[in-house]
Design a protein around this ligand. Structure first.
Ligand code: 3H9
Length: 698
């Protein structure tokens, strides 16, 4: 945690009840000092006949947010949490957990080692360990099924789900929800409750078919996280193995996973997400009030953005250029909600309620009441400029004016208004109501309070926010373009699109670049390439295969043909001889003798291309930290989270090794793919991106 707190566990007496308060800001994590003091406290209670009951709680906002994640990169520190919980279990007095705020991971395990659990109505409980590539390591997989049954415990633990107090009470995870003073309710309970050790309860016998189904469902959504399978195994152990033996197995499994590369990568992303919110120059800036929003343009992006905002409870005015376009937008949004309801992720009633928050029309005066306006019109500078010019006339003073552009110059767009300080880029990813990433693009004039508003919005709508500077493509699209370009070089050199996609998917991406391109539509990139044509340096190697495909009307899935063929009824795209002919013709046109390209070369080239461009972005100040880049790639572009992002992967592999790949790549690609000076410097110094981050502003 931050600086160690001098006295992280306090004990007070209220009559014959001992109240134990964990006070370890910011989130009362169970750091070594906390465990040591808890152990001492509970060892003492056992022999104290003047104590009739014990309450345990957390100071501040949370109960306990779990083990101290920072300790997980250190050697084990005694006492362990299971040691503490074992002593608590032998305590003769009843122990009641008073849960306010979050009781997560080890925090919930601590509560499960108590005899009773009373929660405040705003409390949240869960065992989210799998999200960190580990499993609960202090009895969570054994005690929870004794309360909720095996199938439910699998569903909760394997998905790392966090649930509110009401659901926790209905499942029996907590015994009661206190409407008023949770501490007083817990004290009263400690005065009258008897002992109820969960470890001694049987696991309720459930329907084996449901257990099986819970396991299968969990594995389906595991996204390559090995901990999910281990969590399912451990929960199933509860019904089959005595408690004392099963917790040993759980502990050994936890310890092995704790040291895995996967867990280290996921921990890196956990802290990256928190660090990304620390932006130089905005400390102390207050976010502007945000009660009403407006979205201009109801295409795919605009509709998704409107849904993301309405889902978070914001009323949204969507405006389009005319009534027909507004009607289409309304239909598009309705379809998004219908799909969510059909997928069982929302009730029809809740979807209707959210849908009702969104108004559609062509009357731009609707925008005038909005605190935030997000423009999602066609990606063409002249259209953006005209939109912002008009917006400037209509939006109320102090409104945040955001552009969802994915490539264009935010400073130029801001200059179309008389209030550039209010203009910011809010780059959502498609589908905007689903994808977690939000790039907040900081223009030259963007005010600190406007950036702070971007972060407040991201928090409200559940997005991971990263600040990017202005350049063509910002962080994500610029890196993705470099990667795409290099994958196309490989295709022109000898690989087939399906070879590249297979190697990239084997690496852990959900989809390879050519399958992605077919999904998003080749015509979009074509427009961008044409836009850049005049300014592209003629020395840069240019692969024209995608242009040739577009010229043949092959725009991807929507036309049934792109890099692949999509025959009616076929479940998978199939390679197409016509595409191969185009590729071979382009290779021949450049005098290239096609060669076999191994999966390993494809994967190495992909990483080298991303890391090299990323190092340039860092040196230019477009991204503040290497860890911000990892967040962008993992949350917006499908880079496998279990690898921690490209920069983390590069550090782990060794930058000298990565530089070797970059130099090889440069030999194939030439101009435009020069090794980044920052990468060269760090590699030569035997350093890492992580050290570079640490040496900069926190
Ligand atoms: C576990 O428990 C394993 C056990 O089963 C094993 C037992 C043997 N440790 O997120 P925020 C820091 S695994 C260390 O911005 P919020 C965080 O880095 C754990 N530090 O606040 C940040 O520091 P800084 C299972 C932690 O209000 C500050 O606290 N538990 C921890 O948006 C504020 O964090 C979890 O996975 C931690 N456990 O959200 C829960 N947690 O200011 C992880 C937070 O220096 N935590 N920090 O950047 C959360 O989900 C959120 O932090 C929480 C608060 C919802 C609690």
């Amino acid at each position: 945690m931050n600086d160690p707190v001098p006295d992280p566990v306090r004990i007070e007496r209220v009559g014959s009840i001992a109240v134990v308060t964990i006070d370890n800001p910011p989130v009362n994590a169970l750091s070594q000092a906390v465990r040591r003091e808890l152990l001492a406290a509970f060892s003492g209670f056992a022999a104290d006949a003047t104590i009739s009951g014990i309450v345990i709680t957390g100071a501040g906002r949370d109960f306990v947010a779990g083990a101290d994640i920072r300790e997980m990169d250190m050697p084990l520190l005694d006492p362990s949490l299971p040691d503490v919980l074992a002593v608590m279990e032998t305590c003769p007095q009843p122990i009641v957990a008073a849960i306010r705020g979050n009781a997560l991971g080890g925090g919930l395990e601590l509560a499960l080692a108590c005899d009773r659990r009373i929660a405040s109505s705003g409390a949240t409980v869960g065992l989210p360990e799998v999200k960190l590539g580990i499993i609960p390591g202090a009895g969570g997989t054994q005690r929870l099924p004794r309360l909720v049954g095996t199938a439910r415990a699998i569903a909760l633990i394997a998905a790392g789900r966090r649930i509110g107090a009401a659901e926790a009470a209905s499942l029996g995870v907590v015994d009661a929800v206190a409407e008023g003073d949770v501490l007083a309710a817990a004290r009263a309970e400690a005065g009258r409750a008897g002992k109820r050790r969960l470890s001694q309860l049987p696991v309720p016998s459930g329907d084996p078919a449901q257990v099986e189904k819970a396991g299968t469902d969990a594995m389906r959504s595991a996204r390559g996280v090995a901990a999910v399978a281990r969590a399912v195994e451990m929960v199933r152990l509860a019904a089959a193995t005595p408690f004392a033996e099963a917790v040993q197995t759980e502990r050994a499994t936890f310890l092995a996973l704790r040291d895995s590369a996967e867990a280290k990568a996921l921990r890196h992303l956990f802290f990256a997400e928190r660090n990304a919110q620390k932006v130089p120059g905005i400390a102390g800036a207050k976010a502007r009030p945000l009660a009403r929003a407006a979205v201009i343009g109801a295409g795919t992006m605009g509709s998704g953005i409107a849904v993301a905002l309405a889902d978070a409870g914001l009323p949204v005015a969507v405006v389009e250029r005319d009534a027909a376009a507004a009607t289409l937008g309304r239909q598009r949004v309705r379809e998004i909600y219908d799909r969510i309801v059909a997928g069982g992720r929302l009730s029809g009633g809740a979807a209707d309620e959210r849908f009702a928050r969104i108004g559609f029309g062509d009357d731009w005066s609707e925008i005038s009441g909005a605190d935030l306006v997000i423009e999602a019109v066609f990606e063409e500078m002249d259209i953006k400029l005209a939109t912002f010019h008009r917006l400037d006339e209509i939006a109320k003073p102090g409104a945040v004016l955001a552009t969802n552009t994915s490539y264009l110059d935010v400073d130029k767009i801001a200059a179309a208004t008389r209030r550039p300080q209010d203009v910011v880029g809010l780059h959502f990813f498609s589908p905007a109501n689903v994808m977690r990433l939000l790039e907040i693009v900081r223009g030259r004039a963007t005010g600190p309070d406007v950036l702070a508003t971007g972060f407040a919005l991201a928090r409200r709508i559940g997005k991971v926010a990263v600040v990017a500077g202005v350049c063509d493509g910002f962080i994500g699209n610029r890196i993705y373009s470099a990667y795409r370009r290099h994958m196309e070089y490989l295709v022109e050199d000898g690989a087939w699109p399906e070879d590249v996609d297979r190697a990239i998917e084997a690496y852990g991406f959900a989809m390879g670049p050519f399958a992605v391109s077919d999904l998003s539509g080749l015509d979009i990139g074509w427009v961008t390439r044409k836009r850049r044509h005049a300014t592209r340096d003629p020395r840069e190697r240019y692969v024209a295969i995608a242009d040739r495909l577009c010229e043949k009307g092959r725009f991807g899935r929507k036309t049934g043909r792109g890099w692949y063929l999509y025959p009616e009824g076929a479940r998978k795209p199939v390679p197409d001889p016509e595409v191969r002919a185009v590729i071979e013709a382009e290779s021949a046109r450049h005098g290239i003798t096609r060669r076999a390209v191994a999966d390993d070369e494809i994967q190495r080239r992909a990483l080298a291309a991303m890391v090299n461009e990323a190092a340039k972005i860092l040196a230019e100040g477009i991204a503040q930290r290497a860890s911000d880049i990892d967040l962008v790639l993992a949350n917006g572009y499908g880079f496998p989270s279990v690898r921690g992002g490209p920069m983390f992967t590069a550090d782990a592999r060794g930058l000298a090794d990565v530089l070797g790949d970059v130099e090889a790549m440069y030999r194939f690609a030439g101009f435009g793919s020069e090794p980044a000076a920052l990468l060269v410097d760090l590699a030569r110094a035997g350093s890492t991106f992580s050290k570079w981050d640490a040496g900069r502003v926190k």
